[in-house]
Structures are given as structure tokens and as C-alpha cells.
Design a protein around this ligand. Structure first.
Ligand code: FAD
Ligand code: DHB
Length: 394
């Protein structure tokens, strides 16, 4: 006989979507249990995103998990677009009525959330195995998994599939229900974390004949840098000297110098746009990367995951307090309006800044004209700025 547990909302995955949802539900007085197949240490050390929209920051502060982020996060009020060897600043503060972004690593957000869940008696089970979801087309959905070799069955009112792109929730929905929309890009990003003070105070997105490059950071001592590379690039072909050499060439600009340092971590990320519709079936709700992926240009993945669960938590709270199902029934529709706008923005930033293998000289000239337009027209710069700092929540 499996060990039986009961909760109101069973959450699969302790990434940003799962942990933010769990803590929001706690603040609404709703019980949840999170099951995660990795260890807490793994989740808290995995290097991923680093840019938080103003709305994400405000939510984390409201939830009481923003104290360290406020202290250690770096607030930026603009970015630089660099092309044809010259930099052009997009001034978020001026163009969006004072909004900005915060640089604070995703795994630091996860540490803060895990600490908050632990301090408030939250149940997050790490290192579970063989997770599966059942009966979500009825009133009593179940999550089955193994913990320390013991079979467990968690009965809940609702399941939140926050288990990322490779998770099990989305594929558990019967075939024929979901429609997938997808675009693959013919390149990837080679990312490094380096022990070097950032060479620029703000992020620098660079268009270059040899491909896109991005200068970002994590702290005043640590830089995060990316290079466009082949989608199936072998990291072993990129010794540290080659990475620095390529970054110097692509980021070059008059009177500007790139500071090198020891490379602490390096890896290659694929690029895709992906959406499933709808994001719900019966009592199973998909949130974050389990429902959609954006290419990283513009740093939207984490922020979009947080936007989904904010809507889901509100809908579950409505159900819990009044029995009203309407916001839950409209969950997918509400999320998808934002999801598609963010997809558009991420696709646009990606298309504007990368070299495409099949492009012709016309495409190149058009890209440069687009960059010139975005950096010289206030109207065009405003559309970039308002999307970058984050569209308003509905
Ligand atoms: P995830 O963070 O993927 O969390 C899902 C969780 O579910 C994971 O902890 C996973 O271990 C767990 N899980 C999976 N399967 C199961 C299962 N069967 N049972 C239990 N648990 C399960 N975005 C940016 O904006 N900028 C970036 O620079 C950037 N870099 C990235 C680099 C990489 C390598 C990757 C993969 C993503 C990157 N992203 C980036 C995207 C961003 O990190 C994601 O959009 C964000 O993590 C989404 O949060 P999530 O909670 O939906 O999913
Ligand atoms: C970072 C990642 C992004 O995808 C981006 O557009 C900007 C910054 C980062 O990891 O710092």
C-alpha cells in the first residue's frame, strides 16, 4: 500500500513557478505540497536566468521574500544596444515612467523561496522519483511518486504542472487536447560566468558580423557573458582563450575595454519558441516552462513563469474563498494573452540581434536599419523599454 497524503494543491517541480506558487498559496491560506526530482542543492546552484522585471521584483517583495534581493540585487534603468561598433542606450526610466529591472540570479531567488517555505512549515519534497499524475479529469487528482524507495500517493484538489519543458505533466494530458506552436532557431548561446568585474554598468546586447554577444553580470565581481554559437556546438571546442578572444572581437567599441577573469562555469543553451494551448486540462494546470519556452534574448523565461503562477494563485484563491470557478476556467486564456506578447518580444529581439545562416545582404541591412530605428525613434525605443521592464499584469 502506498503512503497516502492529502493537500489542496499538489505542485510538480520546485523551480521558480512551483516555489512562487507554493508560497503565494500559503499566503492565501491554501495548503500545497511540492514534489521535485532533483536535490535542493542542485536546484539552488543551477545557473540560469538573472534579470527580474519590475513586476517580478514587486511580487517577491510583497510575498516577503525580497529582502536579500533588495540588498544584493543590482537595479538597472537601461540597457545598451551595440551595433556597427557603437553603443546606444535605451533609457527605461525615462521611457517607462521610472521603471527598471533587477539583476539577481534565478538560483538566489530559489534559495530565498526555499528558506521562506521552510520557515513557514512549507512541504517541499526533494529527490523524489517516478513522479506521475492521475485522475485530473475528475474531482480527486493524484500525484504518485517514490520517496526514499517508498511509494507515495498524494491526493489533491488541483495539480499544478510546474515541472519545466522536459517534465511529465504536459505529456500526461491526453493526446488531441493540446496544440503545440513551435519555432527552432539555427543557433544557440554559449554562456560563461567569469570572476571579472562587469566591464559595463548596464547590460550590452551586441549585433556583430560574427554573431550576437551579450554582456551581463551577477554581482559587482562576477560577469555573465554570452556568444551566439552553432546549435549543436561542442563546448570542448571552446577553450577559455577562444571564448575571450571572440568576446573581445564581437563586443569591441571605441574606447571600451572588456575585462577578463577566471571562467567559473560555461555551458551551451538551445534556443526555441514554444507554446501549448490550452494551458489546462480538467484539474491540471500548466505553468512556466512546462507550457512555453522563449528564446533567452530579452530574459523573459523566469518572469513569464512567475506571471503564470500569479494568475493561477489568484484563481485558486477565488475558488477557495467563494467557490467561484470562473478565473480557474479562464486561467489559460488569461495567461496566453501575456504569453504570446512575450513570445513576440523575445522572437523580435532574437531576430534583430542574431546572424541567421540563410540571411542575405538585404536581411543584414534591414537588421541594422531596425537597430538604428529602435535607438533613434522615441516611439520605437518605448516599445522595447516597456516590454523589457515587463508588461503590466492584467
Ligand atoms: P524550471 O526552472 O525548469 O523548473 C522546473 C522544475 O521541475 C525543475 O526544478 C525540475 O528539476 C523539476 N522537474 C522536472 N521534471 C520533474 C518531474 N518529473 N518530477 C518532479 N520534478 C520535476 N531565462 C532567462 O530569462 N535568461 C537566461 O539566461 C536563461 N538561461 C537559461 C539557461 C538554461 C540552461 C535553461 C534550461 C533555461 C534558461 N532560462 C533563462 C529560462 C528560465 O530559467 C526558465 O524560463 C525558468 O527556469 C522557468 O521556470 P519554471 O519553474 O517554469 O521551470
Ligand atoms: C541574462 C540572460 C538573458 O537572456 C538576457 O537577455 C539578459 C541577461 C543573464 O543571464 O544575465
Amino acid at each position: 500500500m502506498p503512503i497516502s497524503l492529502r493537500t489542496q494543491v499538489g505542485i510538480v517541480g520546485a523551480g521558480p513557478a512551483g516555489l512562487v506558487l507554493s508560497h503565494l498559496l500559503y499566503l492565501h491560506g491554501i495548503d500545497s505540497i511540492v514534489v521535485e526530482n532533483r536535490s535542493r542543492q542542485y536546484v539552488e546552484e543551477r545557473v540560469r536566468a538573472g534579470v527580474l522585471e519590475q513586476g517580478t521584483v514587486d511580487l517577491l517583495v510583497e510575498m516577503g521574500v525580497g529582502e536579500r534581493m533588495k540588498r544584493e540585487g543590482l537595479v538597472h534603468y537601461g540597457i545598451e544596444l551595440r551595433f556597427a561598433g557603437h553603443g546606444h542606450r535605451i533609457d527605461f526610466q525615462e521611457l517607462t515612467g521610472g521603471k527598471g529591472i533587477t539583476i539577481y540570479a534565478q538560483h538566489e531567488v530559489l534559495k530565498d523561496l526555499n528558506n521562506a517555505r521552510a520557515a513557514t512549515g512549507g512541504q517541499v519534497f526533494f529527490e523524489v522519483e517516478d513522479v506521475s499524475v492521475h485522475d485530473f479529469d475528475g474531482a480527486r487528482p493524484k500525484i504518485r511518486y517514490k520517496k526514499d524507495g517508498n511509494a507515495c500517493e498524494l491526493t489533491c484538489d488541483f495539480i499544478a504542472g510546474c515541472d519545466g519543458f522536459h517534465g511529465i505533466c504536459r505529456p500526461s494530458i491526453p493526446s488531441g487536447v493540446l496544440t503545440e506552436y513551435e519555432r527552432q532557431y539555427p543557433f544557440g548561446w554559449l554562456g560563461i560566468l567569469a570572476e571579472a568585474p562587469p566591464s559595463s554598468a548596464e547590460l550590452v546586447y551586441t549585433h556583430h558580423d560574427r554573431g550576437f554577444a551579450l554582456l551581463s553580470m551577477r554581482t559587482p565581481q562576477i560577469s555573465r557573458l554570452y556568444l551566439q554559437c552553432d546549435p549543436d556546438e561542442d563546448i570542448d571546442r571552446w577553450p577559455d582563450e577562444r571564448i575571450w578572444q571572440e568576446l573581445h572581437v564581437r563586443l569591441a567599441s571605441d574606447g571600451w575595454k572588456l575585462t577578463e577573469g577566471q571562467i567559473l562555469q560555461k555551458g551551451i543553451t538551445g534556443m526555441r519558441s514554444f507554446v501549448v494551448e490550452p494551458m489546462q486540462y480538467g484539474r491540471l494546470f500548466l505553468a512556466g516552462d512546462s507550457a512555453h519556452i522563449v528564446p533567452p534574448t530579452g530574459a523573459k523565461g523566469l518572469n513569464l513563469a512567475v506571471a503564470d503562477v500569479r494568475i493561477l494563485a489568484r484563481a485558486l484563491n477565488q475558488y477557495h474563498t467563494t467557490g467561484g470557478r470562473d478565473p480557474l476556467d479562464r486561467y489559460s486564456e488569461t495567461c496566453l494573452r501575456r504569453v504570446w506578447k512575450v513570445q513576440r518580444f523575445s522572437w523580435w529581439m532574437t531576430s534583430m540581434l542574431h546572424r541567421f545562416p540563410d540571411e542575405n545582404p538585404f536581411d543584414q541591412r534591414r537588421q541594422l536599419a531596425e537597430l538604428d530605428y529602435v535607438t533613434s525613434s522615441r516611439a520605437a525605443a518605448t516599445t522595447l523599454a516597456e516590454n523589457y521592464v515587463g508588461l503590466p499584469m492584467e
